[in-house]
Design a protein around this ligand. Sequence first.
Ligand SMILES: [Zn+2]
Length: 456
Amino acid sequence: MDFLQRLARYLDRPLFPWKKLILGFSVGQYLFESFLTLRQYRILQQTKPPAVLSKEISQETFDKSQAYGRAKAQFEIISGLWAQIQNVAFIQLDVLPKLWSWTGDLLLKWAPSRFTGEISHSILFVLTFIVIQQFLSLPTRVYSTFVLEEKFGFNKQTPKLFITDMIKTNLLTVALVPPILAAFLKIIQKTGNQFVFYLWVFSAGLQLFTTTAYPIFIQPLFNKLSPLEEGELKTKVEGLALSHKFPLQELFVIDGSKRSAHSNAYFYGLPWKKHIVIYDTLIEKTKTDEIIAILAHELGHWKLGHTTRLFGIAQAHLLYVFSLFSVFINNVSLYNAFGFHTTHPIIIGFILFSDALSPMDTVIKLLLNILSRKFEFEADDFAKGLGFRSQLASSLIKLHAQNLSTMDADWMYASYHFSHPHLSERLKALDWKSKDSLTSEKDREGVATATGRDEL
Ligand SMILES: [Zn+2]
């Protein structure tokens, strides 16, 4: 703790150019990421599939996947630029202090006096901030869903569903942000220098609560989960779970096809009570044995302790974030640089601190991706050990073809962005030998894509 206090004193320097530093981080990160995207763009211009895939992937599918990859890369550069412009404008125009004083005035004018303290003020500030951010990100979200995904045949959302989703998300935000933020601030106010420990315990409890409550209260608002019908698939999944003593509680099918043609399968639940969820799109487009191979890979993550280890790492990461936050929480020079001269609200400290920490976050993301890719190879190997080598390989190829996922990658881009090894690497590791073409254009009709929640 002594070290943290010394660090806190060292970093609190009057007139230190925090604003310039944080602006520099932000622009630097955008330039670096754009540089990586341009490197990847070169790979996306290749006209022949990687050798390991030459027989499995038709030229037509490969061309389409390259075109999809290029369209996404262009979108990344433009949307990143838009986010960058907003960020610079927010900092240069002193949006944070202005918004803080505006929301404070609102409360003084309209709210009963017991709701004018720092906690109520912070809640109103954060909710307003979220609304502004959402409004500003709307053009890119609309473009991504209704132009980009639509063009490649993945979008299944109607404007009506898009809007009702947005309304539901906002209602959830209004319901959940106030109590969580109030608890967060109260803990810091009450426990003073000891807040790191208490905040850590609170966050771990919150995570546990969310894991339990999310599928019961939140997910049903957006998707329908129904029990998997009796049949070959159910019998085989149950058999697989039983043979590895996997604590399978229930087996669900989710109507992922409502929003997107991308497909997936995942596990959730507490360590002693797990549920398996399979996308309807996956069942529709993949053979039973291939789904079992995918689940064997998922089971590998559980059996090899990946889930537990990642949970442990997440806890260590939180402890690190809160400890460093204790270094910045009273940093007057940081508040001053951003226009907070007389008041030093905790929530503002946390926002500024997160910005100052972003280069470290980049390094952590890189390390976590390296670890995650190692886990993916191990889980593939586990499924291979259970005798699912060829089924896993063919399901990976099918899913990548259906989702038009990128099949090859620039090593720098992949090291930084990918939590999963790319297809060619995985097939090589599975010792896959090319056979006849597994995918024809027919397989691509009405498919499913990576939802960002690529649990495979
Ligand atoms: Zn995996």
